[in-house]
Design a protein around this ligand. Structure first.
Ligand SMILES: C[C@]12CC[C@H]3[C@@H](CC=C4C=C(C(=O)O)CC[C@@]43C)[C@@H]1CC[C@@H]2C(=O)c1ccc(O)cc1
Length: 238
């Protein structure tokens, strides 16, 4: 009957509460103003750009940890699994974040300067192309904020990360998020039948990007670039 069908589709009360918790956390945790301001001031040499991006990456990891702690259910997971999920998803969450920043409808002065610095920070071209292709493919989706926040939570709650001891517990949390995202996509993009599938397809593209990322780190290291202790810890680099 239609009532059952519409019941199936509508976002119920607890899903709305879950969504609100995640979107609030997503909006609450941003890069500190002083770090973002440096983008406009400092020099433009590749070394300066790398240093600024390193500072932003370090700040982004802290933002990511705070956001993740606010995902309902995350803190009830096994402690070591919490660490394994953060380490396993940090790169993907960062690329998703940068894609959302670069694909904003109203690019701010920051966005243009940030792109400029990314393009001139010693990242080899063979990684630059897939990275900016990903940014473009995310931009074409015109995700709303709720979708961005929930997609980030889904990326973090990926059960098959290395060293996760209880993947079923992670899968249960991820499935709850996927269910909310699916309903949200139908509501926000009624004309596009496969919008939800296209969103999930981006997560696959994200995984290939994270392979490029370890090469990017290696090539920076080769040119004697230094990372911060937090980045070394989250990405297992010396
Ligand atoms: C991921 C990244 C560091 C973090 C940047 C991102 C580009 C845009 C961003 C926007 C942010 C915002 O507006 O909130 C937060 C920081 C991020 C997410 C960079 C692109 C390449 C760089 C990188 O991989 C990198 C890795 C290690 C380093 O030491 C330096 C750079």
């Amino acid at each position: 009957s239609t009532t059952k069908l519409s019941k199936k589709l509508e976002i119920n009360r607890e899903q709305r509460a879950l969504m609100k918790a995640i979107v609030d956390a997503y909006n609450r945790h941003q890069i500190p103003e002083d770090v973002a301001k440096k983008l406009l001031q400092d020099q433009y040499s590749p070394e300066e750009n790398f240093l600024l991006l390193t500072e932003m990456a370090t700040s982004q990891v802290q933002v990511l940890v705070e956001f993740t702690k606010n995902i309902p259910g995350f803190l009830s997971l096994d402690r070591e699994d919490q660490i394994a999920l953060l380490k396993g998803s940090a790169v993907e969450a960062m690329f998703l974040r940068s894609a959302q920043v670069f694909s904003r409808k109203m690019p701010t002065e920051h966005t243009d300067v940030l792109e400029e610095r990314v393009r001139k920070s010693g990242i080899p071209d063979e990684f630059m192309t897939p990275m900016f292709n990903f940014y473009k493919s995310i931009g074409e989706l015109h995700m709303v904020q709720e979708e961005q926040a929930i997609l980030t939570a889904i990326t973090i709650l990926t059960p098959d990360r290395p060293y996760v001891k209880d993947p079923q517990a992670v899968e249960r949390l991820q499935e709850t998020m996927l269910d909310v995202l699916r309903k949200l996509c139908v509501l926000q993009h009624p004309q596009e039948q496969q919008y939800f599938a296209r969103l999930l397809g981006r997560l696959t593209e994200l995984r290939t990007l994270s392979h490029y990322h370890s090469e990017m780190l290696a090539s920076w290291r080769m040119n004697d670039h230094k990372f911060t202790p937090l980045l070394c810890e989250i990405w297992d680099v010396q």
